[in-house]
Design a protein around this ligand. Structure first.
Ligand code: NAI
Length: 214
């Protein structure tokens, strides 16, 4: 595979390809053309071909794509051929909801621990994990080879907690706190703001209404 810089826009589309291909694979479909994939995914066939060309193409002229092969290759590109150890910081509503969502495990994301600074929560069982104190967090990260931390704490403490995580060897942060984290560039941060998605929705509702009222 070529080792060239892939745009974030392409990377952003890979999980969706991966999801659709997983469903096709589960339905027993072995082969698919870019046109068929385009019809299902509502993305143009040329966009699909361009996206896949970034990784050497994956297809054969006139044959289409082998679904299972493509699924596995995209999985590898996304780092899903390995398991990842995660911890959650913040055992509130959001932290607990994420901890209880089993489907992450199917993709190789293994929740190893959940931490909070509220003593009332220490020892409370969330799925098969007991909430631990923040004092235990640093040793835990090192001893359990944690590579990803999920931040579901208020923004006031997120920056400081992120610094501690970085000092203890975390590679990536899935950040739900509404603040930009100031971490070294070798640490990957994915900010998730559900409200951004809602605002896109309201924009599109408005746009549709405006277009249809004029
Ligand atoms: P919550 O109040 O139910 O839970 C927050 C938990 O974090 C509490 O258990 C609290 O004790 C703990 N905590 C606070 N400071 C801490 C620290 N320094 N170290 C360890 N634990 C600490 O709140 P909820 O609803 O779970 O939301 C969590 C955060 O995520 C909030 O800041 C909220 O604004 C944000 N949020 C973000 C969303 C997004 O789409 N990005 C969506 C929903 C919430």
């Amino acid at each position: 595979m070529e080792n060239k810089e892939i745009s974030q826009a392409v990377i952003g589309r890979l999980p969706r390809y991966f999801r659709y291909l997983g469903e096709l694979k589960d339905e027993g479909i072995e082969r698919i053309s870019s046109q068929e994939l385009s019809d299902i995914m509502h993305v143009t066939a040329s966009q699909i071909r361009q996206d896949f060309n970034n990784f050497g193409g994956f297809g054969q002229q006139g044959y289409g794509y082998k679904v299972e092969y493509l699924y596995e290759e995209i999985g590898k590109i996304l780092g899903l051929d390995k398991t990842h150890n995660l911890i959650i910081i913040g055992a509130g509503n959001l932290g607990q909801a994420l901890a209880n969502y089993m489907n992450f495990e199917r993709r190789g994301f293994i929740f190893k621990g959940i931490f909070d600074n509220n003593p009332a929560l220490f020892g409370r069982k969330i799925r098969d994990m007991e909430v631990k104190s923040m004092e235990e967090m640093e040793d835990f990260v090192r001893d359990n080879e944690i590579d990803i931390a999920v931040l579901t704490i208020p923004k006031t403490s997120a920056v400081m907690v992120a610094e501690k995580l970085v000092q203890n060897g975390i590679k990536g942060i899935w950040n739900f706190a509404h603040v930009d984290l100031n971490v070294p560039k070798e640490i990957q941060v994915e900010n998730v703001h559900l409200s951004d998605s809602l605002m896109k929705l309201t924009y599109n509702i408005l746009r549709f209404e405006n277009e249809n009222n004029n």
